[in-house]
Design a protein around this ligand. Structure first.
Ligand code: GLA
Length: 731
């Protein structure tokens, strides 16, 4: 036997058949993923951790690992195929045109493209030995922000189409031991409820099968912490997200070596995809930020990346606004709206946003039961049309924006009557509604044209229109497409083609209207990922604007999203005083949804001052670095701080989140972060309600060193439940 092995290896040496080991590091400033081929030329992940100083030493990493049992080499494939040697959760599973379901992927080649000083694209080609089937793995890495985006492209040259049963975006492998996973559970008005668990052996999945409004129940974002629960300022963590606005599935599998396999992608549920010869299937991306200093650094990296490279106009400006949804609901007319324009201008915001209820004639949109899909102004409510409103808003000194929900239809609408085949529904079964509506079939190019036309029509008729709120209130029930049926395409393409259709419409919108700000909304935060945010300037976190709830929700959203993209409005939800509500909304992109004329004199004075002070510090909130100082989940207090790029200005928001007797909120100073220790800062309290005095000595100067080591006490108490502090550098 020994002789045989020797003979084989001699043969391999002489025939040159023995694969040469290829080592491919994918690195950022603080991290490296190391991929390496094995003897059979299969690509493995052999390291995930801090980068090595000396590149040449990456080749030595694998020498330290000695997995000798029969599972060796199975778990850590860089893209695990199904049907051959692998018997764990696959990244890819296919059925070839001849019915055979085996796949093995071997390394063929790789290249690195330096896209700019900060960005590298590594692509690795893998191929099957038996079938002309290829997968290219892509790793786009941003050095400074420590963010990696991974996706795969799948192609083949087989005579008959290949059925893709599972087709992940990324397949990662971690050998750090002790993995803690935080996932975020949602529901309407209860978005971003975090739950952290230690991962035990076996498979844990987070997924969505909702089609549209995919995040309604579970979010595609997660925090993975190595060696202990995730902490703000220490420990290795990954903040990740499957950037896809449809069904997703993220598998976390702890294997028999107690290592973690992570496989993320489109949810294979009801989504087998028939891939034609020479057609390329591009998966969505897994995006993640890495830090070895905890979640704070990871989210600052992710925010900086999102602003610079992802969210539309992420480094630009935003419009503060007054929205009429909770002020009027569906009940309004021209007089009521023009009065609200004056409120907007009185408050000092930039824009008035007209919400739902402005359209539909045969079936007027006077409730959520009818009219959706009929995008013509309701002549009773708005006899002079949108154009008149745009002009009147302008006269009042504010811009004008409008709500649409163009992917959806009420059965009580002309659209439904005229185009029943445009609607996703099972023809032989009773319809099932969500908020009395159904979803249009965006896999159909005609429907895509219609949806594009809704936006294009509004802008063509009203070139001054300055903002769009794009809503999406229903998931997909009875998934069935008449279009796919007519064109002999598999129904299992619907979930994927829907999302592709949506992106293609948004692509067209952005080609023609590159910069108009658009807010993404989905009955609150049912949508919001880094693919769709390429087309939107911001998104609506939740319909729940009760400010205590918001402190928690905004805290948890802030792990993943920068404040500039997070819409936060002041409404009448809950019992907190107006000041509290305004301060909380000022931590994101500020808006109002109240009737300003119903405010008391003091409240109006306060709001006007608060809007004006928001305009003075919004650049710090929108473009600065975020430091989460005191966690509301663990304290009576919450404290969050934004610092500008040159560390000359900072805003600190502090809130009481508990009203029990014997609060600990006022007892100790809060240590600040992100300042320059050498600089001196003057402190001032902002947003004081008329008639109240600050407990903070105005104008007092402290060094950054003092503020970060000793801290400052914002004197939050049951009488001062919300305190906003401003630090300005003293030259
Ligand atoms: C959804 C949104 C709200 C509002 C209504 C209008 O619920 O989340 O903000 O726009 O639709 O119908």
């Amino acid at each position: 036997m020994k002789r045989e092995i020797f003979a084989l290896s001699v043969l391999l040496m002489f025939t040159g058949l023995k694969a040469q080991e290829v080592t491919i590091p994918v690195s950022t400033d603080n991290s490296a993923i190391l991929l390496q081929t094995d003897r059979e030329n299969r690509l493995r992940t052999i390291y995930f951790g801090e980068p090595l100083d000396n590149n040449a030493e990456y080749a030595l990493v694998s020498g330290g690992y000695q997995y000798y049992n029969s599972n060796a080499g199975i778990y850590n494939a860089a893209y695990t195929p199904a049907g051959t040697w692998n018997i764990s959760e696959p990244a890819i599973q296919v059925v070839h045109g001849d019915g055979n379901s085996s796949l093995d992927l071997k390394y063929v080649s790789h290249k690195k493209d330096q896209l700019d000083d900060n960005t590298t694209l590594t692509s690795i080609v893998l191929e099957d030995d038996v079938y002309p089937f290829r997968v290219t793995l892509f790793y786009k890495s941003w050095k400074q922000e420590n963010v990696i985006e991974q996706w795969a492209e799948i192609e083949h040259e087989e005579a008959a189409p290949v059925l893709l049963k599972k087709f992940a975006s990324a397949n990662l492998y971690f050998s750090q031991k002790e993995f803690y996973l935080t996932t975020f559970h949602n529901n309407w008005a209860k978005e971003m409820q975090p739950a952290e668990t230690r991962l035990e052996r076996g498979l844990r999945s987070v997924d969505s099968k909702l089609g549209t409004r995919a995040m309604l129940l579970q979010a595609p974002h997660f925090i993975l912490s190595f060696g202990g629960p995730a902490a703000e300022n220490q420990g290795s963590v990954i903040l990740g997200q499957l950037a896809w606005s449809g069904n997703f599935k993220i598998d976390f599998e702890v294997d028999s070596y107690d290592n973690l396999r992570l496989i993320a992608g489109v949810n294979p549920y009801a989504s087998e995809y028939l891939l034609q010869k020479n057609q390329s299937f591009k998966t969505p991306s897994l995006v993640y930020a890495i830090s070895h200093q905890g979640m704070g650094e990871a989210s600052r990296g992710l925010h900086a990346w999102a602003r610079k490279y992802r969210v539309l106009d992420g480094e630009g400006q935003r419009l503060t606004l007054l929205n009429n949804w909770e002020a009027t609901y569906f009940k309004f007319d021209e007089d009521k709206l023009t009065a609200l324009f004056k409120d907007a201008s009185e408050l000092g915001v930039d824009l008035f946003l007209l919400d739902d209820g402005w359209f539909g004639n045969k079936y007027p949109r006077n409730s959520d039961r009818s009219g959706l899909g009929d995008w013509q102004e309701n002549v009773k409510k708005l006899p002079q049309g949108i154009g008149y409103l745009v002009r009147e808003a302008e006269k009042a000194g504010v811009k004008f924006g409008i709500w649409i929900e163009p992917e959806m239809v009420n059965p009580k609408s002309e659209l439904y009557e005229n185009h029943p085949d445009w609607v996703i529904r099972q023809p032989e079964r009773p319809e099932k509604y969500f908020r009395n509506q159904l979803v249009l079939d965006l896999s159909n190019p005609e429907v895509q044209d219609f949806v594009f036309g809704v936006v294009d029509g509004l802008f063509t008729e009203n070139p001054e229109l300055a903002f769009i709120k794009w809503d999406c209130n229903a998931p997909i029930f009875n998934a069935y497409s008449e279009y796919l049926n007519r064109n002999d395409l598999p129904q299992s393409h619907l979930y994927i083609e829907y999302v592709r259709g949506l992106y293609s419409v948004l692509e067209r919108v952005r080609e023609k209207y590159p910069k108009v700000p658009m807010m993404l909304c989905s009955g609150g935060g049912g949508r919001g990922d880094y693919e769709i945010l390429k087309y939107f300037t911001e998104f609506w976190l939740s319909d729940n604007t009760e400010p205590i709830e918001r402190i928690f929700m905004q805290w948890d959203y802030s792990y993943f999203f920068p404040a500039i993209a997070s819409d936060c409005h002041v409404t009448n939800w809950g019992d907190q005083p107006l000041k509290f509500r305004v301060d909380v909304a000022s931590m994101g992109k500020l808006g109002f949804d109240i009737v300003a004329s119903e405010l008391s004199e003091d409240e109006l004075v306060f709001c006007k001052q608060a809007v004006s002070s928001y305009h003075s510090f919004k650049d710090v909130v929108w473009h600065g670095d975020l430091y989460r100082l005191v966690n509301p989940h663990k304290n009576d207090l919450s404290s969050v701080m934004y610092v500008d790029a040159d560390k000359s200005k900072a805003i600190i928001f502090n809130y009481l989140v508990n009203n029990r007797y014997m609060l600990t909120a006022t007892e100790e100073p809060i240590k600040l972060d992100g300042l320059d220790p050498v600089k001196k800062y003057r402190i001032k309290e902002l947003n004081l309600f008329p008639g109240t005095r600050s407990r903070i000595k105005a104008g007092k100067v402290y060094s950054g060193d003092f503020l970060m080591k000793v801290g400052i006490n914002p004197a939050v108490s049951l009488r001062r439940t919300s305190v906003v502090l401003e630090l300005t550098e003293v030259q």
